[in-house]
Structure formats: C-alpha cells, structure tokens
Design a protein around this ligand. Structure first.
Ligand SMILES: [Ca+2]
Ligand SMILES: [Ca+2]
Length: 490
C-alpha cells in the first residue's frame, strides 16, 4: 500500500492502528510529504518565501481558470503557477468536544466533571520549484472553551491554547544537483521511528513538538540517513513563539534498505546545560544519549509486527543515567469481509529502582508522541511503564472503522512515580508498598471518513483504577471519557 505521511506506523494504514493513526497524524498535506525517513515519496522542491507572497496575488487568476471545470472549490488554490514554480494553499480545521469525568488533561482524580470544546485551525502555503525543492509555511491557531482549567493552570505553555502562530516555515531541497544529498532548514515538525523517537503529539490541540532546526539528508538505494541539530520551540499561549526549551538536540537516524526486513538505527543527544536539574545526589546539567534499533512490517494483509529497543546513558544532575525502553507488537488481519484485525502489544519503559542510589533509571520517552500508543485517555507516559495491550478492529464499510482497545498498565518500578501524559509525576510511593498495579483502560473508537475532506471520530473510554491508585493518597474512583471530533481538510 502507499506509504502515507510520517513514521512507520502509518504504513499500517489498513490495520487496526490506522484507526488510531490516520486520525491522529499530522494533517498538513504538503508539509509532511517527505515522510521523514520512510521509503516513500520524496519531497518536492523549492523556492523562496518571496514567491509565497507573490502567490497571493495570483490566487484570483487561478480561481477564474478553475471555474470552468466541475472541480472542488478549493482546486482554485492548488497548483497555482507562480514564476517558475507552483503554489498550493491548504486548510485544516479540527474541532473536538470532550467530556471528562474524574480526570482532566493535567491530572487524575479531579473529583468532578469537566468539558472542553477545542478548535484548531491551520493555514498553509507550499511553493514547489521542482520535484525536489519546496518552501512550506504553516500557521496555527488553537483555542478552547467550556473547561474549568484556566491558562494559569497550565503554566507557561498550554496544550489547549496557542493563539495564531507560526508552526512551520522551512525550505527543503532533496537530491541537490542529482546527488544523494539534501537539506531541510527552518521551523519544522519531525517524525521518526514509529513516532516513538520524534513525533508531534497531534492529538493535542496545540500539538507539540515543534522544532527550529537544520537537517542534512543522504539518500541512496541502500541507505537513507538524516542528521540534524534542533531546538524545541516553546509554545507560549499569547506571545509569538520565539523562545525555546532549555535543551539542544542532535540526532542521526538511518534506514537500511535492501534487507529482507525494515531496519532503522538511531542516536539522539539531548543536552541541557541550564545547570538547575535536581537529581538524587545533586544539581547539574543533563546529557542524555539515546541509541536504538527498530524493525517493523506494516499491517494490512496477514501478519504484521514491530519491535523497538532503545537504551539511554549519560548524566542527570549528578546522577548516572541508565535506562531503556522496549516495544514488541504483532497482529493479524484476516482475509475476510470487514477485514478484522487482532493485535497484541507490549510497551515497556524502565523505572527508577531506588530513589537514593545516584542512578537515574527512569526511561525518558525521547521526543515521541505520548498521545498515540498507551491508550486514548492519555493517563500515562512512556516512563516507568508496562503497558499490555489487546486491540481488535473491523471495517464494516470502506470509510468506516470500529475498534476496541484494552490496556493493562503497571509501573515498571514500584518506588518510581506514575507519570502523566505530560511526563510529570502524578503520584509516587517511594516506599514501593503501593505496588505496581496502576490500572486498566478500555477504549471504543469509531471513525467515519465522510468524504475526502471530512472525517468524524467518536469514542468512549474508561480507566479502571488499580491497587497502586487505591493505596496512595487521593481519589481512587474510575475515570470516564467521551469525545466527538470533526476534521475538515483541503
Ligand atoms: Ca504563541
Ligand atoms: Ca535512582
């Protein structure tokens, strides 16, 4: 099947996870097209921001030309000839209503209901100078209503709210002069390694992460390599996003081709030299080296699988980092009507065994999207986690997909914390007496692709609090969640 946008999992487009996946992947139609490190479409090409501005003037002319043919109305803003290249405009509007019972986006056990209405609007322009070079600019506006949470509850950055801001603005040129070399420069989202290594948390209204970075690409029939340096953009609700998080990232990601199985290898360096990170034995910087391997086969026909292993070494404060994360999953799509698929998945992230031993054992989920795997309610993070998942999905009609997921959550180490989706500790029992049984989650999700541009997604989920939750101070009731989401894209 055709490779879609973004990292490996997208390839499971006909399988269960595409239910999860397609609806959560970045909607930018041109922006994600290179499909970072997937064997798929290469990007197109490029030109300058000046062309974009000129393009606005030409839009009207393009509209006249298209009026004669029975095309969708927005064809008037696609393939507009501007100078030596072509210009596309894009729009993505997504609105979601959620009802949250006994939890919210920040915490479990809110002991009261909350509702939220989210609205996110993205406007983009893509100027293609050739099949290898293009310039892409995208603005985003994210807002919310109804919720009891105020902007102050979120701190400096909110996952619900970021007024009109620049999400992406980059220049990309692949296969420069028919060589295997390419570049991608500027503000961009990144997606690598099953979305576990790098990926924007698209489910979120603001959809962090965004990066300012410079990327070098090398691409041949045998190997595809990306190497980059980047800083993470700090999303500020009411100010223009000029600042960055206090760390720098350098990474290299490679995919070997011509092998009987897909095989990726990567290395990521995170360096925070702010000097104020508090470890178990002192305060200092963070230098975290992550290295790993990934192999997978997409779902859709017969068997599919994925395995992923990552290790982490380095220094956090004055502590030594020793952590790792492992994922194994497999599934089978039956050759029958409704294309039923059954899948099993285990996600593991090491925890800290002893809070006083000077070893930082908590796996840090690299820069992957925490809102994709590990259940739809987003009550955990890929840190100190064991997640045992069973998924079943069917496709009663081509545009309709229904799925059920079960997740059994445990803490990898009883003395380490339960980490919330934002990576912050939600609860901790440093004695370990509360045990490892965090809880279970069941999700029921339906997706209807109404037409090419409109998607409707609905779901209900319940979190069953486990022994760890009941044995630690605070609420221990189950939590419920229901949502309906409508997305329009052209
Ligand atoms: Ca902002
Ligand atoms: Ca420790």
């Amino acid at each position: 099947m055709a490779t879609k946008v973004a990292a490996g999992r997208t390839e499971r487009a006909d399988g269960e996870s595409s239910l999860v996946w397609e609806s959560r992947r970045p909607p930018s139609r041109r922006g994600g097209k290179r499909a970072d490190l997937l064997p798929g479409k290469k990007c197109r090409h490029a030109l300058g921001a000046v062309g974009l501005l000129i393009g606005f003037g030409f839009a009207a002319r393009g509209a006249e030309a298209a009026a004669a043919a029975p095309k969708p109305w927005h064809s008037a803003v696609k393939d507009i000839e501007v100078g030596p290249g072509k210009l596309d405009f894009g729009l993505n509007v997504r609105s979601r209503y959620e009802h949250l019972d006994n939890f919210n986006i920040l915490h479990y056990g809110a002991a009261e209901d909350d509702d939220v209405l989210l609205l996110r609007t993205r406007l983009s322009a893509d100027y293609r100078l050739s099949a290898q070079a293009h310039t892409f600019v995208e603005f985003q506006d994210a807002r919310y209503w109804l919720s009891k949470l105020t902007l102050e509850d979120f701190g400096r950055s909110s996952s619900y709210y970021d007024e009109f801001d620049l999400r992406q603005a980059y220049f990309e040129w692949q296969r420069i002069g028919a060589s295997p070399l390419g570049v991608k420069l500027g503000r961009q989202i990144m997606s690598y390694g099953d979305r576990r290594v790098f990926a924007p948390a698209e489910w979120g209204n603001v959809g962090n992460y965004w990066w300012d970075g410079a990327k070098l690409c090398y691409d041949t029939d045998a190997i595809q390599v990306d190497a980059f340096y980047a800083q993470r953009v700090l999303s500020e609700p009411k100010d223009w996003n000029l600042d960055h998080w206090p760390y720098h990232v350098a990474a290299i990601y490679a995919r070997l081709r011509r092998l009987p199985v897909a095989l990726d290898g990567f290395y990521v360096l995170k360096h925070d030299w702010s000097g104020n990170l508090h470890g178990e034995t002192g305060t200092g910087n963070e230098t975290r080296h992550t290295f790993g391997l990934l192999s997978e086969r997409p779902a859709g026909q017969g068997w599919d699988y994925g395995c992923f292993a990552a290790g982490q070494l380095g220094e956090y404060g004055r502590d030594a980092i020793r952590a790792f994360g492992v994922i194994g999953r497999g599934g089978y799509t039956f050759p029958a009507a409704w294309k039923p698929r059954v899948g099993l998945e285990v996600n593991y992230a090491s925890g800290d065994h002893d809070p006083d031993d000077g070893v930082a054992g908590t796996f840090d989920g690299i820069f992957g999207a925490m809102d994709l795997p590990y259940g739809w309610m987003n009550v955990v993070s890929w840190k100190n986690l064991e997640d045992y998942a069973l998924t079943v999905s069917v496709q009663p009609a081509k545009p309709l997909r229904l799925g059920v997921e079960y997740h059994g959550f445990r803490l990898a180490q009883a003395r380490d914390a339960w980490y919330w989706v934002n990576g912050r500790p939600e609860r901790r029992d440093a004695t370990g007496h509360a045990g490892q049984e965090l809880g279970q989650e069941v999700d029921v999700i339906g997706r209807w692709q109404v037409n090419k541009g409109i998607e409707l997604l609905v779901g209900y989920a319940r979190f069953f609090a486990g022994a760890f939750v009941r044995s630690t101070p605070g609420d221990s009731q189950d939590a419920n969640w229901a949502f309906a989401q409508l997305t329009y894209t052209f």
